[in-house]
Ligand binder design. Sequence first.
Ligand code: NIG
Length: 422
Amino acid sequence: MISLSIRHARLATMEGAQAAPGDGPLALIEDGGVAVDGERIAFAGPDHELAEKIARGELRRDRGALEIDAAGALVTPGFVDPHTHLLFAGDRSAEFAQRLSGATYSEIAQTGGGIISTVQSTRAASDEHLVEGARQRLARLTRGGVTTVEVKSGYGASIEQELRLLRLIRQAGQGASCDVVPTLLGLHTVPPEMDRHAWVKVVSTELTTEAAQQGLAHGCDAFCDKGAFTTDECRTALEAGVRAGLAAHLHADQLTNTAGAALAAVIGCSSADHLERTGAAGVEAMARAGTTAVLLPLAAWFLRDSKPAQAAPFLAAGVPVALGSNLNPGSQRMEGSSLLLAAGCLFSGLSPAQALWACTVGASRALHMDAPPRPDHPRPPHRSPPQLRLTVRERRQNDCTTEHTESTESFLVPGSCASARS
Ligand code: NIG
């Protein structure tokens, strides 16, 4: 039964190849229609075919079904943000000024700032404070058209605290108008009170299985870099995650090329993220393994990195490229889909259509959202297919990086259908 239909839309089916020129990645249907049956997209195609199916009774409308005349507006899948650290407490705004004065991310971390300072503030914060902060950030992302957000733990740095943060991520997602996909980021920093080898062992042998068995995490992640964790340490932790049924991700080659991308490929990670310093061998390994590249151009900008990761080598090798906000308390505080799309074009060299593909199809591949759940693994549920977003824009306007938030009416499906905003 159709609960919602959208008629006469400029429909971005996203079935084109990401590397295609022009609007190719969007595979646009100029006069398109979409029919939604509860949480399932029952039809997406030419509007006249939708009309015929309805007339023949092949698609039946629910009593009270909503029909929207999009009048040529662009309809795209909902945006997916595949890389955030948005549950945290504390204030690291002073680091921004420090960086402007020339301090690097690593130098700030070595002097007690960076991730470890957020660990201290987050451990000390109440559950309510953490959940409320995360909810507000999720609400702001949702207003920009994001319908699914990945959220990493990683500021707990002990078994109890990491499991607590995963529970709070789930809590923050309840009642949010987007789906939340929780990721255990066990190897983010070495706990101040623990030896690094002991922590790697705890993450690999206890924390990961516990998080998976309790159904608290959809994915697992590790920070592989000079000054963070080695490839061997990350491999041990992520292989434990894969054995436990989690989708693996890796913070790879952000500050130095430690062959993180190649490691992600060997492990079978669904994504390798950052990749500012990945070389040709890493790109090729990812292409062979089918690992998605998650580029985080806002973080590179915020950190004043003169070499943001470029999309071209990945696209040329057939690696799907996704864009993530990397929203976090220290190295990237900016929010907004327009900004991310623009950064993907300006800093990473994507075309507007490739950036739109990256924020929808690419990002959902990075999260491995199409993987069937394993019967032995109580993975947190997420809605599928991605929610729809109807963007009201000038029919001829073709610059997907401008003003879509401000001029958008979002119709989120399912949930509170046709919640229009302007
Ligand atoms: O993805 N690189 C490691 N983790 C985050 C930064 C987190 C922080 O600085 O608090 C990142 O950039």
